[in-house]
Design a protein around this ligand. Structure first.
Ligand SMILES: [Zn+2]
Ligand SMILES: [Zn+2]
Length: 134
């Protein structure tokens, strides 16, 4: 099987590498600011690259923060559904990977005669580093 990351364009690879180096989620304009030296000048180029990276599961969008994070999981299949743990203290984001979440939600939705398709969940709390600080 061919690795999808090998098919990435130069722009996509550049955007991905910036996100992979970042310890926190980044907004599109912050990404653009970081990579302008590398020849990516327009926001549109960043958005196009992000769209593709999201499509293949390399990058996830955190809706409430309007920001993006590189997936740290091998072969993440979370192309539609994402679940994030967000620390209320330091804004650290951890992707929660549990395959049974989609099954759980689809079962719950059926009870309300609703067909589940995907979810984008954000769960707020305190991360391990911040435990005991507050
Ligand atoms: Zn992921
Ligand atoms: Zn924290």
């Amino acid at each position: 099987m061919e690795l999808e990351s090998e098919n990435l364009t130069k722009n996509q690879k550049t955007v991905l590498s910036v996100l992979e180096k970042s310890s926190e989620p980044m907004k599109a304009y912050t990404i653009l600011f970081d990579i302008q030296k590398k020849g990516i000048k327009s926001p549109l180029q960043v958005y196009r690259a992000l769209d593709k990276l999201i499509e293949i599961g390399k990058v996830h969008k955190i809706e409430s923060r309007n920001s993006y994070i590189a997936c740290k999981h091998e072969n993440c299949n979370a192309k539609n559904s994402t679940t994030f743990l967000i620390c209320e203290n330091c804004e650290k984001v951890i992707e929660l990977k549990r395959d049974n979440l989609s099954l759980y939600f689809s079962k719950q939705a059926v009870k309300d005669n609703f067909q589940y398709r995907k979810h984008n969940l954000e769960i707020y709390g305190i991360c391990n580093d911040c435990k005991g600080v507050n």
